[in-house]
Design a protein around this ligand. Structure first.
Ligand code: KG4
Ligand code: ZN
Length: 336
């Protein structure tokens, strides 16, 4: 039995989790800083760093208590080593380094994006069919990866401007909805007509799998301005139609590019990761477009930033005879 304590502090969640053998969650503690950053309409890095300092040890302590696990029983510590905000990363990494020294336990860093993809297979009974396509849609990333196996990735495409979650957050701000905006846009879109506004996501010339969402956000801005000139305040139905049309445009672009990549690279499974996978309309669109056995989604507790995915992925990294204990190298396992 291998017990790993994972720690996650890349952005605005302070999280710790004890995972057994890479799959079984013995605890999963997440302190979300959303309320702290909400009034600024986005994450304030300095505030995030200071809040991590305050919460990282209590959260780790709680994760050990929930798992009824003392530090002596741990086989390793794992920390999200990036990508992320530099201040928050320093807090997590240095805390884990300090605890590893004090507890005499080895530690290793894992890539946060890779961990988001691992989360989809972590608790699933469905076996991943490799090569698989990894789809990361979060507040910071919109990327497609060709996955030969766990730990072997090739980056296929990225966003050239806003990440998908970021586009939702910015769209929500335009519509005067709270931060983070994704869930609010989803809710507003439920009563809306997705075809009322002919919004479209951007295409990147010469790169059919790349993403661009900043033009979509601008289109929403101008449509909203036009409506405002007609009626102020803008009626709820119009706001809902705007949200639904925005969401339809963003997701239909994602579905089309994901299916194109899947066809181009003859993949078996599609693995999804990141906060935007919380969106039920997104899941439903993929469910309609692809065989359900092909789709692997993270369980609800692991869609947003969490430390269980960090500890789970670290277990697999430990199986590698070349694992570099205590090394900070951001993309050791990404071949691109
Ligand atoms: O993975 P995550 O916690 O953070 C990063 O690692 O970036 O994802 C947060 C992002 C935010 O942009 C948030 O608006 C978006 O995920 N999100 C959603 C939904 N729930 C969260 N976007 C669309 N629909 C949702 N239901
Ligand atoms: Zn994330």
């Amino acid at each position: 039995m291998t017990l790993i304590l994972g720690v996650e502090t890349t952005c605005d969640e302070t999280a710790a989790s004890v995972v057994q053998d890479g799959r079984k969650l013995l605890s999963n503690v997440i302190f979300s800083q959303t309320e702290i950053h909400e009034r600024f309409g986005g994450v304030v890095p300095e505030l995030a760093s200071r809040t991590h300092i305050e919460w990282v040890l209590p959260v780790i302590d709680q994760a050990l208590r929930d798992a009824a696990c003392s530090p002596e029983r741990l086989n390793a510590l794992a920390v999200a080593q990036g990508p992320g905000l530099i201040g928050p990363l320093l807090v997590g990494i240095n805390t884990v380094k300090g605890l590893a020294l004090a507890w005499k336990v080895p530690w290793l860093g894992v890539n946060h994006i890779e961990a988001h993809l691992y989360a989809a297979s972590m608790c699933s009974d469905t076996e991943v069919q490799f090569p698989a396509l990894g789809v990361v849609v979060s507040g910071g990333h919109t990327s497609l990866f060709l996955m030969e196996n766990i730990g072997q990735y090739q980056l296929l495409s990225n966003t050239v401007d806003d990440a998908l979650g970021e586009a939702f957050d910015k769209a929500a701000k335009l519509l005067a909805l709270p931060y983070p905006g994704g869930p609010h846009i989803e809710q507003l879109a439920r009563q809306g007509d997705p075809l009322r506004y002919p919004f479209q996501a951007g295409q990147v010339k010469g790169f059919p799998l790349h993403f661009s969402f900043s033009g979509l956000k601008t289109a929403l801005f101008y449509a909203l301005q036009k409506e405002r000139a007609l009626h102020d305040p803008v009626p709820l139905q119009v706001q809902s139609d705007l949200a639904a049309s925005f969401q339809r445009a963003a997701f239909s672009d994602l579905v089309r590019k994901v299916l194109l990549a899947a066809e181009m690279h003859h993949v078996g499974s599609l693995l999804f990761g990141g906060g935007v996978t919380n969106n039920n309309a997104l899941r439903a669109m993929f469910q309609r477009a692809a065989p359900s056995g092909q789709l692997l989604w993270p369980p609800p507790a692991l869609t947003l930033d969490n430390a269980a995915m960090i500890a789970g992925l670290a277990y697999h990294r430990m199986q590698d005879p070349h694992v570099r204990w205590g090394a900070i190298t951001d993309r050791p396992y990404t071949r691109n």
